[in-house]
Design a protein around this ligand. Structure first.
Ligand SMILES: Nc1ncnc2c1ncn2[C@@H]1O[C@H](COP(=O)(O)OP(=O)(O)OP(=O)(O)O)[C@@H](O)[C@H]1O
Length: 596
């Protein structure tokens, strides 16, 4: 996209956001800005008749001029108050809209690979930091307009005193260029600080989280975290200070240049007054207007700089919007996701590397996952089990090869539609701090508050007792921050399992070590239950995928896939794999020995 097209879209996005936030108030702001400008100029112009009438001893003229000035100043101050009162509400509403847009952009993308792309993460971090700046845009634009009109008015009036004074704004050009350069330097510094900001926030988050608290103490890591946090913050400050110092030098030089013009203007009018060509009032007015030009040039430049910064943020927003659209868009026709599976899911020569990495995590995987089957994935840490699960749930797309669902390419579905039919419980399950019943119910949003369905799901997941948690059963608020209760790791995991079986029409159910926080007998019982649900699923049409390191659990699967370094090395039932005496048999024997 050309630079101009990006600029045009950024401006359009800003206006849409701000006007959508509050059209009536935004327009009123502009009205106030124009009124303030006219009133202030009137008050300034009133100085000439005031001084001239006074020097002539014309009391009546003095009274009229003073009256006009007083009324103009009072009205301008009234409009100023109205302006300030409106700015807060316009800002608040624009801020809310921008926040909603950011949530949409971050969570609305069906795949999750953007979280691992440094460019995406940088852009998102910067937009988050600058979102308040964007929210103030309407106010800033109104102020910008006000300063601009004020500047133009002051220059025109100066021209009426002496046309040579029209040259005064030329001395303001260096200030404009200096501000432009300083903004570029500041933006560059912010860009350079994006990654360190992430690191600093990450260090803070880890070091202050209760989860890491125990390990920080046991390993004596607190000082190290503090030192790293400080070093990162110091480096960021050095980068920012360097940029702002250069900006200060530039603005100093440009102010000196303007001072030369200002002195020249004052001297010109003073010379004319001495020669009797100008009145005393004109001299006072010219000096006042020249000072006004000075202050308005810097104010126009400052708001221009601000606007540039807002535009840059809007450009990032446009970039993120395009990224989200690209990740969501499906070219050509979409195939509807089937109501139920008939044959199953097939992987053909599927290979995968994570975005922006070289390592092949899955290497030419060929697999058939028949409908109704419970398929177990086993293998060493890092062998690619979770990655395979992510591909099957559409979080990532294969780098090469194809995944088909009943013979139809997975990539021909709208990703979000497929994901809505995939259910899962993951090792890094989320702890949604809602009412306990809702935490399970959101597994099938339309039935979120259907208590009967929630109780049934909990009992399918082998966690019926969770419906009785003190003090209010399913209506218990979770999360101490909201005055609710906290649960043990195992209890949270049981809720995640309930969520996974809440929906009645999934096409793929993924259980990626969802029982790691449960004790072995509970895990065993849970999986037996899941195996029964899956058997029933043979009629309803879904595939159940189970990832576990516990072989006592794995053995009950219909079909076991053994992964090693991203490749499938063995497949078969427990009995077949034991008879084959391969890797599975070896690992099984080792675990049996360890537990006997
Ligand atoms: N987000 C990521 N970005 C880059 N590489 C990743 C990412 N997630 C996983 N990997 C790499 O992919 C490989 C497979 O990881 P995966 O999580 O699929 O293994 P796993 O078999 O599920 O392991 P575990 O049993 O420990 O859960 C590992 O080498 C890991 O380092």
């Amino acid at each position: 996209m050309s630079r101009f097209a990006t600029w045009r879209r950024s401006v359009a996005m800003l206006f849409t956001l701000c006007f959508r936030a509050d059209l009536r108030r935004s327009l009123t702001l502009f009205g106030y800005a124009i009124a303030i400008n006219v009133l202030q100029l009137t008050a300034t112009v009133g100085v000439r008749p005031l001084v001239d009438s006074a020097s002539r001893g014309d009391t009546h003229g003095v009274m009229i001029a003073a009256g006009v000035i007083a009324v103009a100043v009072a009205l301008a101050s009234l409009c100023g108050r109205g302006f300030v009162a409106l700015t807060a509400s316009v800002m608040e509403r624009a801020g809310l809209l921008i926040d909603a847009k950011l949530i949409e952009l971050a969570a609305g993308v069906p795949t999750v690979d953007h979280y691992e792309r440094p460019r995406y993460v940088d852009q998102m971090t910067l937009v988050r930091q600058e979102r308040r700046v964007m929210a103030q845009m309407m106010n800033a634009m109104a102020l910008n307009l006000q300063s601009f009109l004020y500047l133009v008015g002051a220059v025109v009036l100066l021209g009426t005193i002496d046309p040579w004074l029209l040259l005064l704004p030329v001395f303001g050009v260096p200030a404009l260029l200096a501000h432009r350069r300083s903004t570029k330097l500041a933006l560059k510094a912010r860009q350079a600080n994006a990654q360190p900001t992430l690191l600093r926030n990450h260090l803070y988050k880890v070091a202050s989280s209760p989860a890491a608290g125990k390990e920080l103490r046991v390993y004596g890591l607190t000082d190290e975290f503090v030192a790293r946090h400080r070093a990162t913050a110091d480096a960021m400050e050095r980068t920012a200070t360097r940029a702002s110092l250069r900006g200060v030098v530039l603005s100093l030089v440009s102010s000196l240049i303007f001072a030369v013009g200002y002195i020249g203007a004052a001297a010109t009018v003073l010379g004319e007054a001495i020669d009797g060509l100008a009145s005393v009032g004109s001299v006072v007015l010219a000096v006042a207007l020249a000072a006004l030009v000075n202050s308005q040039v810097s104010s126009v430049v400052q708001s221009g700089t601000y606007f540039q910064q807002v535009l840059k943020t809007a450009e990032r927003l446009v970039w993120l919007t395009d990224y989200a659209a690209g990740a969501t868009r499906r070219d050509g026709e979409h195939t509807p996701v089937p109501a139920r599976l008939t044959s199953g899911i097939e992987l053909k020569d599927v290979s995968f590397s994570y975005p922006d990495t070289e390592k092949v995590v899955l290497d030419r995987v060929n697999l058939t996952l028949p409908t109704g089957a419970v398929v177990a994935l086993v293998g060493d840490n890092g062998s690619g089990k979770t990655t395979l699960v992510k591909l099957l749930t559409g979080m990532y797309r294969p780098t090469s090869g194809t995944i088909t669902v009943d013979g139809v390419g997975l990539d021909s579905f709208v990703p979000a539609e497929w994901q809505r039919r995939a259910r899962g419980a993951f090792q890094d399950f989320a702890r949604f701090e809602l009412l306990l019943g809702q935490t399970v119910g959101i597994g099938d949003m339309p039935r979120m508050d259907d208590q009967e369905a929630v109780v049934a799901a909990l009992s399918r997941a082998g966690a019926a007792e969770m419906a009785e948690v003190e003090p209010q059963g399913l209506r218990t608020q979770l999360g101490t921050a909201w005055g609710g209760v906290d649960l043990s790791g195992g209890q949270w995991q049981k809720l995640a399992l309930g969520r996974a079986v809440m929906a009645e029409d999934p096409l793929v159910v993924v259980l990626d070590e969802p029982t790691a926080a449960l004790d072995a007998p509970t895990e065993h019982a849970t999986f037996e239950r899941f195996a029964r649900i899956a058997a029933a699923g043979a009629n309803r049409g879904h595939v159940t995928l189970l990832v576990s390191h516990r072989f006592t659990t794995v053995r009950m699967a219909d079909f076991i896939v053994v992964l090693q370094k991203g490749t499938v090395v063995e497949t078969g039932t427990h009995a077949e794999l034991i008879a084959a005496r391969g890797l599975y048999a070896e690992l099984y024997a080792l675990q049996q020995k360890a537990y006997s």
